[in-house]
Design a protein around this ligand. Structure first.
Ligand SMILES: Nc1ncnc2c1ncn2[C@@H]1O[C@H](COP(=O)(O)OP(=O)(O)OP(=O)(O)O)[C@@H](O)[C@H]1O
Ligand SMILES: [Mg+2]
Length: 395
């Protein structure tokens, strides 16, 4: 597949630095000063990376949104003066990246790489979906840890995006039913949640779930926790069992976030999971708690599914990996470093750090964690022509 490189600007002279940086990355951009001329070219292109520069004449974010909905094979990079740059808005409107003007060469090269990967993945998704039929159900991974604040939600959200970036169709089910904040970490304000699904569908023997999911621009779909803590009691283990079964049919991977205690709904998720990601950290109260959690899961016959994840991994005087593994009686499967600056910045922006700070140490560790899980579990893409295509086209 040959990618086309195009750009829409009012004045070609204003993007010479971008042009030469892209050339140095090995590509030649064809610039258009008339939008229609570019769109004509685009409609016959197999795959394309498009630069859109801000202008007083149009709203570049709105243009980006429309183009990403109309052209599924396109990755859009915005060119915006540094003082006007709104990365969050850019991502919401479907851009793969936004470069602050005047541009840094390294930034352009990085954006070019991201865009190339993104458009190739989109193509691969569409091609696989239309050519392969696979009946297998998706895999369920439940993230747990019986200590508050160990990083369950942070890891769930970023792992979900990392998997989605590697071309899997991913759903996140927020089972922290009272205080779930998965939607917030995706900067989404849901109107419908699992609670509305129960009230509007389940109780009328209808089961349509898609309407209740948030379709995030990262590719991850989210079934949020109820909007009010008192609605949590409505959700039962049976609801969770049905929701998970439905999600497994539609998605390659279902990631479930849970509260810091074991309740019936969470236990149903654990029971239906292929893997249990137990999040812990290098402090004694948490390790003790994790040990108890492992013992409980062992008593429930689920120990084999546990993978221990050491979050906020920092060197602590006198504590070695061997000591931690001895306390837990299990090996550590993955280690995620502590990187408060990046994590907090990402939470405040409402953009998972694997997107907003993809080159940070913490993001890299999540990518390797996802790759390890994927390699070990033989996670495969499933195909559901209707839903996948409609997803790509509805972005
Ligand atoms: N690797 C990390 N480095 C730095 N800060 C982190 C890291 N992981 C999580 N945090 C921070 O720790 C806090 C708790 O994280 P998070 O909400 O993900 O935990 P949780 O286990 O889901 O909590 P709860 O049990 O309350 O649901 C957050 O402020 C988050 O930003
Ligand atoms: Mg949480």
């Amino acid at each position: 597949m040959t990618l086309r490189w195009m750009g829409f600007v009012e004045n070609v002279g204003s993007v010479t630095t971008v042009h030469s940086a892209v050339s140095r990355a090995g590509h030649s951009v064809q610039w258009f000063t008339e939008l229609n001329d570019m769109l004509k070219e685009l409609s016959s292109a197999q795959g394309a990376v498009v630069f859109l520069k801000t202008s007083l004449a149009y709203d570049v974010y709105e243009l980006c949104r429309e183009m990403s909905l109309t052209y599924p094979y396109v990755a859009i990079i915005l060119l915006v003066p540094a003082e006007e740059l709104d990365l969050k808005k850019a991502m919401h409107t479907g851009a793969v990246d936004a470069i602050a003007l005047p541009p840094q060469e390294q930034e352009v090269i990085q954006a070019v790489r991201e865009a190339e990967n993104s458009v190739r993945l989109k193509m691969a998704r569409i091609l696989t979906n239309t050519s392969r039929v696979q009946k297998e159900d998706g895999r369920v991974l439940t993230v747990c840890g019986t200590k508050g604040g160990v990083g369950k939600t942070t890891i769930t959200v970023n792992l979900a995006v990392a998997f989605s970036k590697s071309n899997l169709k991913v759903a996140v089910l927020d089972l922290d039913l009272q205080f779930g904040d998965v939607a917030i970490l995706f900067d989404s304000q849901p109107k419908r949640t699992i609670y509305e699904w129960i009230k509007e569908e389940y109780e009328y023997s209808r089961r349509n779930l898609d309407r209740y999911m948030i379709h995030h621009s990262s590719g991850v779909d989210i079934l949020p926790a109820p909007l009010r803590p008192e609605f949590a009691d409505v959700v039962t283990g049976e609801h969770v069992r049905i929701v998970i079964a439905k999600l497994r049919r539609e998605y390659d991977l279902v990631l479930v976030d849970t509260p810091p205690f074991l309740v019936e709904t969470g236990l149903v998720a654990l029971d239906n999971s292929a893997d249990i990601l137990l999040i812990t950290s290098v402090d004694l109260p948490t390790l003790k708690n994790s040990k108890l959690c492992i013992e409980t899961l062992e008593a429930l016959g689920m120990k084999d599914k546990i993978k221990v994840v050491l979050n906020r991994d920092t060197k602590v005087e006198g504590i070695t990996q061997e000591m931690i593994e001895n306390v837990l009686g299990m090996p550590i499967y993955s280690r995620i470093p502590s990187e408060g600056k990046v994590v907090v910045a990402s939470v405040n922006k409402g953009i998972p750090f694997v997107l907003s700070h993809s080159r940070s140490a913490v993001a890299k560790s999540v990518f390797s964690f996802a790759a390890k899980l994927r390699a070990n579990q033989g996670l495969v893409k499933k195909t559901s022509q209707k839903s996948m295509l409609s997803r790509v086209f509805s972005r």
